[in-house]
Design a binder for this molecule. Structure first.
Ligand code: HEM
Length: 510
């Protein structure tokens, strides 16, 4: 309730007014004044029009008119939950990030699961990668690990992201998603083969957010107190196991409950069956980055055969009190890192470092970090100031730095970013080791017989709608190049011409 409580009045030094204070149950205007009638507008007599002087009516309509903010440009459909992360050990050899300083150290988290392409309110049963974003409220500021359920991405350079999303979003003419448009785009992106294969497997429709893994996808850097760097990939493993829906199951569930993922998660938390995930890292030394046939800083790649180390466990144990104030207004950004965790040179991640905080200036305004769900536990101490929604409660005359005045903020060289050796000239060129198909093939071959069949059926249902023969053949040739059996079965399923597919696959430079 927004009503002023006795304790709030006391807290702001108005306890002398308590005698005449409005009771906690009485409805008030935004200014705190009690409302006498919330059912009848003020009118000029029994038959006359409503009066401009009815400030309560006008305020109520004005606030209603402004209830919506822009939905996220992607990942609009989401579900949030509150929980706790517990470090598995003292990781100071690997990182000076304080949340990993000792075994058992607890850090509060807010997690938002999401679909990517479909709008706010769309069915949760639609095929899509799923977002898995975690905000850790650490004692050295907020760390956002903004990941997906799948371990790779469609593209490896941020410059392609807006075009990719345009092709996947509804057509600007019909307002309907159209495989002709997105396969037209993906036929120019052979590096998307691994991600498309995963999205069209049953992993593309999780049965439950509780039964879904998460992945940081990119390499990040972990840096210890001696400034030693290790490249790491993060992986959340569901302790509930993984469970997905087939196309037929999803169609049935969608008819019964298209909020199935939210309802499943919230019902489990409310009955005390708190879902848990272990967090793992894979670790590479900088000098080993060149030793693979692929580029480990390419977001379209997993790191096969690199062992995983468990670094903690997360439990989600609370449904937020209000959807808008938490799940809608939470702002995650891959650029929100803490000392000991830094961005890698991955070109997709580099674009994300800009894009999230930028869209949030538009979506939530310049003071979005003052919104309670986004506020760090530590006191924010800088001179970023003013703007719409500034409730920073600053005081003092010094709003610049450096200053000789006592109490002014000082920067501390202990927290400088690590130095990264670089060479070469500026350029605009594709990465050297593309290796576009082999990991898609390995994934296909890792699937059980029924899962392969489901993948081919799921993919053929969309690829079969593509009218342009060349687009269809190029797409088929990518899957054929990944694995001959996969490409051959898919070609048969969409009634394509295997001769053309083979010819195109042979021509693919890899
Ligand atoms: C949300 C951009 C790639 C995971 C968003 C948003 C933008 C965006 C603008 C909306 C943020 C907001 O309104 O608060 C991009 C760009 C990418 C990219 C430019 C590539 C260059 C990725 C990748 C992942 C990912 C590779 C997974 C590793 C997410 C998630 C959200 C999100 C989970 C939703 C966060 C939430 O729940 O609020 N992305 N994205 N994105 N993105 Fe990306």
């Amino acid at each position: 309730s927004r009503a002023y409580s006795t304790s709030r009045l006391a807290a702001i030094g108005l306890s002398t007014l308590l005698a005449g204070a409005v009771s906690a149950q009485t409805m008030t205007r935004d200014s705190g004044a009690p409302v006498g009638d919330n059912q009848n507008s003020q009118t000029a007599g029994p038959g006359g029009p409503s009066l401009l002087q009815d400030a309560h009516l006008i305020e109520k309509l004005q606030r209603f008119d402004r209830e919506r903010i822009p939905e996220r440009v992607v990942h609009a459909r989401g579900t949030g939950a509150i929980g706790e992360f517990v470090s598995a050990g003292n990781l100071s050899q690997l990182t000076r990030a304080s949340l990993f300083a000792e075994a058992g150290k607890k850090t509060r988290v807010f997690v938002r699961f999401s679909t990517v392409i479909h709008p706010k309110g769309s069915p949760e049963t639609l095929r899509d990668p799923r977002g898995f974003a975690t905000k850790f409220y650490t004692d050295q500021g907020n760390w956002d690990l903004v990941g997906n359920n799948l371990p790779v991405f469609f593209i490896r350079d941020a410059i392609k992201f807006p075009d990719m999303v345009h092709s996947l979003k509804p057509s600007p003419v019909t307002n309907v998603q159209d495989p002709n448009r997105f396969f037209d785009f993906f036929s120019h992106q052979p590096e998307s083969t691994s991600m498309l294969t995963r999205v069209y497997s049953d992993l593309g429709i999780p049965a439950s957010y509780r039964m879904m893994d998460g992945n940081g996808v990119h390499a990040y850097k972990m840096v210890n107190a001696q400034n030693q760097v290790r490249y790491v990939k993060f992986h959340w493993k569901s302790l509930q196991g993984e469970k997905n829906l087939t196309r037929a199951e999803a169609a049935r569930v969608q008819g019964e409950d298209f909020n199935n993922l939210t309802n499943d998660l919230y019902a489990a938390i409310k009955r005390g069956d708190f879902p848990k995930w272990d967090l793992y890292v894979q670790i590479l030394k900088p000098e080993d980055l060149g030793k693979f046939k692929f580029d480990p800083l390419d977001a379209t790649k997993i790191w096969p055969d690199i062992p995983e180390t468990r670094i903690g466990t997360m439990t989600l144990n609370k449904v937020p009190d209000n959807f808008f104030e938490s799940t809608e207004m939470v702002a995650f950004a891959p650029s929100r890192l803490v000392p000991g965790i830094e961005a890698s040179e991955d070109r997709l991640l580099q674009g994300r470092l800009f894009s999230y905080a930028d869209t949030q200036l538009h979506r939530l305004g310049p003071n979005n970090q003052l919104i309670p769900v986004n506020q760090p536990l530590v006191k924010v101490n800088n001179y970023n100031a003013d703007g719409a929604g500034d409730t920073g409660k600053r005081s003092g005359d010094v709003n610049y730095q450096p200053s000789r005045q006592s109490g002014s903020a000082v920067d501390d060289p202990a927290y400088k970013s690590v130095q990264t050796p670089l060479s070469g000239s500026t350029q605009q060129a594709a990465i050297a080791k593309t290796d576009n198909f082999s990991q898609a093939g390995s994934f296909y071959r890792s699937l059980a017989k029924q899962d392969r069949e489901n993948l081919v059926g799921n993919l053929a249902a969309d690829l079969g709608q593509v009218k342009d023969a060349e687009t269809k053949q190029i797409m088929l040739s990518h899957f054929y190049k990944a694995d001959v059996e996969y490409g051959t079965r898919l070609t048969a399923a969409v009634k394509g011409d295997l001769g053309d597919v083979q010819k195109r696959a042979q021509k693919l430079m890899d």
